[in-house]
Design a protein around this ligand. Structure first.
Ligand SMILES: Nc1ncnc2c1ncn2[C@@H]1O[C@H](COP(=O)(O)OP(=O)(O)O)[C@@H](O)[C@H]1O
Ligand SMILES: N[C@@H](CCOP(=O)(O)O)C(=O)O
Length: 326
């Protein structure tokens, strides 16, 4: 469920009136997503660009100061033919507006569905779409620090505490202590950096068959090691949901698709097992924190941290490094 803010019909019509998109015909809250409130909007003429849109209201997790980066990035990538939604600017040219103290943006609606059991062909298409973003973002002028890098993992997991982690699973405290030490000592500092999506899970990709029709939810996008974004996507796409089974065909296809557009360098290949350990740790950290800090009556069900602890153990096994071999 992701509509945290109620907007009345008149209020919604007034919001839409600020954009040159015709008049409001319908507005339906979208259940998917966890961070922000989203509505599917339909308008009809005589406005300049009547049609379907996504209205997003940014809730507490998104810093309004980051919106020019996120929304500017969408427009930059869309202009370079990446499959991302354009932002619809208001009549005064602004990419977002404030409404009762909250920011909102109107975004192009893209067709497609998020797949829950991806095929190898779909993974290949996602790999190449991700690489296309990395290439197209090279001349994007904005930058944003990754607020969920190694320091944040330590902070979040430290807040959980060893006992807290062991209440999730008796082995989790030990795994986290060991892995954080390895990642801190060996985290690469000299790989190529650029703008990355940083959360390209299947629920953030819209597809029609084998075609990627939309990469969405750029609200963790930041400037970081480019190959780390491939590692995040690998962790998200190449295992079953609970992380107990690695899916080798998806892994090969994702890598093949990515390298068909942006070949990884020898250094990036070599660093990949470590980057993937970091990627698994990043999602383990936020999931463990949310697991321990989400009130029982919250609208959102916390995601399972152990699904990423299992991925972490897979990536930490030197015998599995070959999955990233050129
Ligand atoms: N541009 C878009 N076109 C079509 N559907 C979209 C678009 N943006 C978001 N959605 C829909 O809204 C849902 C939630 O969006 P998302 O940005 O992932 O929210 P959250 O940040 O809360 O996770 C998506 O799963 C998708 O169904
Ligand atoms: N992909 C993350 C959760 C981030 O939520 P999103 O709905 O904003 O993509 C995870 O699986 O832990």
């Amino acid at each position: 469920m992701a509509v945290y803010t109620r907007l009345g019909a008149e209020e919604m019509a007034a919001i839409i009136e600020a954009f040159d998109v015709g008049t409001l015909v319908s507005a339906k809250g979208i259940a998917e997503g966890v961070s922000n409130s989203n509505w599917m909007i339909e308008t009809q003429g005589p406005g300049g660009h009547a049609g379907r849109f996504i209205l997003t209201m940014y809730e507490t997790r998104t810093d309004v100061g980051d919106l020019p980066f996120f929304l500017g990035l969408l427009d930059h990538l869309a202009a370079r033919q990446c499959p991302v939604p354009r932002t619809i600017h208001d009549r005064k040219g602004a990419s977002y507006r404030l409404h009762k103290g909250k920011a909102l943006a109107l975004i192009e609606f893209l067709p497609g569905v998020s797949v829950s059991e991806p095929t190898a062909s779909q993974a290949r298409a996602v790999g190449s779409a991700l690489a296309q973003v990395h290439v197209a973002a090279a001349d994007f002028p904005g930058s944003r620090e990754n607020s969920l890098g190694p320091d944040a993992w330590k902070q979040l997991l430290g807040d959980c505490g060893r006992e807290g982690l062991e209440s999730i699973h008796p082995e989790l405290g030990r795994i986290v202590e060991h892995e954080l030490a390895v990642l801190t000592a060996r985290w690469p500092s000299s790989l190529p950096r650029g703008v990355i999506h940083a959360d390209l899970f299947p629920d953030n990709v819209l597809m029609l068959g084998d075609k990627v029709t939309g990469l969405i939810d750029f609200y963790f996008a930041c400037t970081d090691v480019i190959a780390y974004d491939f590692a995040v996507t690998h962790a998200a796409w190449c295992f079953n949901t609970d992380g107990s089974r690695f899916l080798p065909e998806l892994s090969s296809a994702l890598l093949e698709g990515y390298e068909s557009v942006r070949p990884l360098s020898a250094q990036e290949h070599e660093a990949m097992p470590l980057l993937a350990r970091g990627a698994a740790m990043r999602f383990l950290a936020t999931r463990a924190y949310d697991w321990m800090n989400t009130p029982d009556d919250a609208l959102v069900t916390p995601k399972d941290p152990m699904a990423f602890a299992r991925r972490l153990e897979f990536y930490a096994d030197p015998g599995n490094a070959e999955v990233f071999a050129p």
